[in-house]
Design a protein around this ligand. Structure first.
Ligand code: AMP
Length: 388
């Protein structure tokens, strides 16, 4: 188990916090369209400052491919962070080197390093680069759950060169709830899996089937399973090359897997398209959402659950009215009183559009990282902290 930032004395120390400030940008990198990732690490930053630490923050931003790129500079992030913290934030011109070393913060001050990925050595997990980063820190803290599935210099490499490496408060929360849901869940424990493709989530399905009592499948993914059962799928999205795999999963996991029993179908993939609810998908139509009866069946199972893991929408939730199943189940999850853990990305958007975010126990900030966690893979960034 990783230590927590709360286990250490940070007073007067230079605390290097690896954060995930990989925010969405517009206007050539000048405008931050969502500050959610910055807000997510505020408690850790504020905690370190309150303890009397000097704070150095480091993150990647976008995919600059190992070269400086002004459109992916951390400068706008620094300005946003200063506004949110209510104190000045200096942004260094680089993340390593003499210029940065000359700017090191004093207790109570915050220095944000320039984009780590301006150096190809970051993603290559280069030991020399890792050493340069480590030189800046008395204590290394990892709060970047969203990057924990990557073995890079700032998430893994530099840890061997620092004396201490605890988890930040956000990382701690993520590990606590994802760990609780997958390692010692209160039962019945169910998972709600949706989204576009079986192929993206094979490992998640295989691993969750070992853990949960019921696995409710929705989204386009369901039609590959229906095809595997020999049922008609019309023009719905089916991954033909995954039908055999779906057959195998159904054979192995049998009654644990629950599939939709009715479907909202349309002739066109379009918001507001003419639609109807059917039990059997007609040859000339595509299924774009789970039907009324399925909503009721799934909501009933959700109601009886004590732990719920959710990843992926139940239908094309970006295009009303095909958001109905996803929104209805988001409400059912929120009202269930169960411990609910929702993966990032589209599932998060779905609970937001249902207006129930505050009733969800934990919404993960890491899309890829939370999927890997749910697949049972040990995240390299987490393993590195635990081994320290
Ligand atoms: P994922 O990123 O794998 O969670 O997939 C999310 C995407 O799956 C969203 O863009 C949904 O619109 C899409 N999706 C969900 N259900 C369906 C469906 N029945 N047909 C086509 N796309 C779907």
């Amino acid at each position: 188990m990783a230590k927590s930032i709360k286990d250490l004395d940070l007073h007067g120390k230079r605390v290097f916090i690896r954060v995930d400030f990989n925010v969405p940008l517009a206007s050539g990198g000048q405008e931050i369209t969502s500050d959610k990732r910055i807000r997510a690490s505020l408690p850790t930053i504020q905690y370190a400052l309150d303890q009397g630490a000097a704070v150095i923050l480091a993150s990647h931003l976008g995919r600059p491919k190992g070269k400086p790129n002004p459109e992916m500079s951390m400068k706008p992030v620094g300005a946003k962070l200063a506004e949110l913290l209510g104190r000045p934030v200096k942004v260094a011109p680089d993340c390593i080197g003499r210029e940065v070393e000359a700017m090191l913060p004093k207790p109570g001050q915050v220095l944000l390093l320039e984009n780590l990925r301006f150096h190809p050595e970051e993603e290559a997990n280069d030991p020399g680069f890792s050493k340069h980063l480590a030189k800046l820190a008395d204590v290394y803290v990892n709060d970047a759950f969203g990057s924990a599935h990557r073995a890079h210099a700032s998430t893994v490499g530099m840890i061997q060169f620092v004396p201490q490496a605890p988890a930040g408060l956000l990382m701690d929360q993520e590990l606590k709830y994802l760990g609780m849901a997958t390692k010692h869940p209160e039962r019945p424990c169910i998972a709600l899996l949706g989204g576009a493709k079986v192929s993206d989530k094979i490992e998640v399905i295989e691993n969750l089937a070992k853990i949960v009592d019921r696995l409710l499948i929705g989204g386009a993914m369901a039609y590959t399973f229906l095809k595997a059962e020999g049922l008609p799928t019309g023009k719905s999205l089916v991954e033909e090359d995954k039908v055999e795999l779906a057959k195998k999963l159904l054979a192995e996991m049998g009654p644990k897997i629950v599939l939709p029993s009715d479907h909202v179908v349309a002739s066109e993939f379009k918001a507001g398209a003419e639609h109807e609810t059917v039990k059997e998908i007609p040859a000339d139509k595509m299924a774009l959402d789970i039907g009324e009866k399925t909503i009721e069946e799934y909501a009933n199972i959700i109601k009886g659950a004590k732990t719920i893991i959710w990843n992926g929408p139940m239908g094309v939730f970006e295009m009303p009215p095909f958001d109905r199943g996803t929104v209805a189940l988001a409400k059912a999850v929120a009202d269930s009183g169960a411990v609910s853990v929702v993966g990032g990305g589209d599932s998060e958007k779905a609970i937001k559009s249902a207006g129930v975010t505050s009733k969800i126990t934990h919404v993960s900030t890491g899309g890829g990282a939370s999927l890997e966690f749910l697949s049972g893979i040990e995240l390299p960034g987490v393993a590195a902290l635990a081994n320290k």
